[in-house]
Design a protein around this ligand. Structure first.
Ligand SMILES: Nc1ncnc2c1ncn2[C@@H]1O[C@H](COP(=O)(O)OP(=O)(O)OP(=O)(O)O)[C@@H](O)[C@H]1O
Ligand SMILES: [Mg+2]
Length: 157
């Protein structure tokens, strides 16, 4: 986590007490996203990363119900009205080469699209590509702490 957050600064700190509240917060977060932004969703198993992405996808007009973890195909895409969302789950990735093979870099520069990735810590080789990090932590029961980080000095290269 230390290295994932290298070059990032904490911008907002939130609390959530239900899955619905997390989705709502994610919709607000999504308003700041721009074409080609890449978002890292960090947090333990069941923290709510996928729920957060449901919120992002619905903000752009995609069906939040279609958002599920793309465990078996690494990437799922959702078509919003104003944005395409590429959803990656890096949990089971063998190596970053696998990610390069499926054309990860092309997705991050695709017109009218943003990328979101669960389990960014699994592939530290691409840590430099993220514009935003969202960190969700369990705080007992349905409580979560949700932190927003942004890259210092804005968009990388
Ligand atoms: N405050 C909350 N925010 C988000 N999810 C919550 C909250 N409280 C309870 N939950 C529940 O926790 C689970 C979160 O699941 P979700 O798939 O979003 O997590 P995840 O971080 O993507 O997990 P994984 O690492 O397995 O992909 C859901 O069952 C959801 O209903
Ligand atoms: Mg998930």
């Amino acid at each position: 986590m230390e290295t994932l957050l290298k070059g990032f600064t904490l911008t907002e700190k939130h609390k959530s007490e239900s899955a619905a509240e997390t989705v709502k917060l994610a919709k607000k977060f999504a308003a700041r996203l721009k074409e080609n932004d890449v978002v890292a969703l960090s947090g333990q198993l069941g923290a709510g990363k996928t729920h957060f992405i449901k919120g992002i996808a619905s903000f752009f007009g995609a069906d939040g119900k279609s958002v599920i973890s793309p465990t078996f195909n690494i990437m799922k895409e959702y078509y919003g009205i104003t944005m395409k969302i590429y959803h990656f789950d890096l949990y089971r990735l063998e190596s970053h080469k696998e990610l390069e093979r499926i054309g990860f870099r092309d997705y991050t520069s695709d017109e009218g699209a943003i990328c979101v990735a669960e389990w960014p810590e699994k592939v530290m080789q691409i840590a430099g590509i993220y514009d935003h990090v969202v960190k969700i932590s369990h705080k007992g029961g349905d409580k979560r702490e949700i932190l927003f980080y942004e890259r210092k000095g804005g968009k990388k290269q």
